[in-house]
Design a protein around this ligand. Structure first.
Ligand code: NAP
Length: 334
């Protein structure tokens, strides 16, 4: 396994992380046994970074990861690093009702996460979206106290602007910013990525396959269940979907010329954007994980990168990356 370091103060992690969200929420039914087998396979393959959120299935995802960690080898468990998001408020029907970044809430969320994960610390802890009613300094200050007390090792951020990165980094060392970054979501390149680099903050890139859209496995006739994020995402609707899948067809030609799959090419492109970037892959099955790990063996030279960016030019995506109501919560889009 290749490794990368999260920022100048963060941990060394595998060059690809596993995002477990889809095993509990947002992408339709998931198979519990296969999910756990996928986490075990990832750890066996040397993946050390497992990303979750306490609100993914209202604790379901953390319990799942806790079970996977309990039932793996001691050696794999010792190497596993947990990256946990908190702050999103849910209701019993699965609804979303805002964010809570108050210091007392931060510690409350952390206490429950530690129980569900069955660990004595969280490796990287971050609020999923900044709470507009609480200065980010207060939220970061509360996590810094958790670090001081040994409950958390490193502080991360998620979907924040360059300005918020600076404010947070002035309070305590920040290991990484988790943010969407892919061939069709390149918004961070202008300001956020250069600022992260200036501050020595790493990037854990999510949505590197744009939630499956640019994986090469998505098709127009895919039936999406109720509550599947993609059923509400502008990029997966009508003509947007068709135009985006046309981009995937162009990418497929480049992938074939490299003897790689579309997903591997899309992941390898993100890996090639800098040693400070760690893609999180949202594999829910072992076959998808194997495919994703294959990206680590794909070397892209300058000509390959040019061909990929000609197939999927910056800004070519049709449709915003989130529905309008959710875009409003993205500090990174301000
Ligand atoms: N900070 C944030 O705001 C935020 C937001 C979203 C996600 N995240 C984190 O980032 C992680 C990754 O995000 P994501 O799940 O949206 O990423 P993704 O990797 O872009 O999409 C994952 C989906 O792509 C499909 N897929 C097809 N081929 C694949 C392959 N070879 N490997 C992996 N997936 C493949 C799968 O869908 P099917 O199984 O349906 O085929 C899978 O559910 C999440 O699990 C979560 O931990 C963070």
């Amino acid at each position: 396994m290749q490794h990368r370091t999260l920022g100048t103060t963060g941990p060394q992690v595998s060059a690809l992380g596993l995002g477990a969200m889809g095993m509990s929420a947002l992408y339709g039914e998931a198979d519990r046994a296969e999910s756990i087998a996928t986490i075990h396979a990832a750890l066996d393959a040397g993946v050390t970074l497992i990303d979750t959120g306490d609100f993914y299935g209202m604790g379901h995802n953390e319990l799942l990861i806790g079970e996977a960690l309990r039932t793996t080898s001691e050696a794999d468990r010792a190497k596993a690093l947990t990256s946990v998001k908190f702050g999103a408020l849910r209701d019993p029907d699965g609804g979303w009702s805002g964010y809570d970044g108050r210091p007392a809430a931060v510690k409350n969320f952390a206490a429950y996460s530690l129980q569900r994960l069955g660990t004595d610390h969280i490796d990287v802890y971050r609020i999923a979206r900044v709470d507009p009613d609480v200065p980010v300094e207060e939220t970061i200050g509360a996590i810094a106290e958790l670090v001081e007390a040994g409950h958390v090792r490193h502080i991360g951020l998620s979907e924040v602007s360059a300005d918020t990165l600076r404010r947070a980094a002035a309070v305590a060392p920040i290991s990484d910013l988790q943010i969407e970054y892919s061939l069709i979501s390149r918004g961070i390149e202008e300001q956020i990525l250069p600022t992260a680099r200036e501050l020595g903050i790493g990037i854990t890139a999510y949505g590197v396959l744009s939630r499956g859209l640019i994986s090469g496995h998505f098709s127009r006739d895919r039936q999406l269940g109720a509550g599947d994020f993609r059923g509400m995402s502008p990029r997966f609707q009508g003509e947007n979907l068709q135009r985006n899948l046309d981009l995937v067809d162009a990418l497929r030609k480049v992938a074939e010329s490299k003897g790689a799959s579309v997903a591997q090419t899309a992941i390898a492109w993100v890996l090639a954007q800098g040693e400070d970037i760690v893609p999180l892959v949202g594999a829910r099955r072992r076959d998808r994980l194997d495919e994703a790990l294959g990206a680590l063996d794909l070397t892209l030279d300058a000509a390959d990168l040019t061909a990929i960016e000609e197939a999927v030019p910056a800004g070519a995506a049709s449709g915003a990356r989130y529905p309008e109501s959710q875009m409003a919560h993205l500090d990174s889009e301000r």
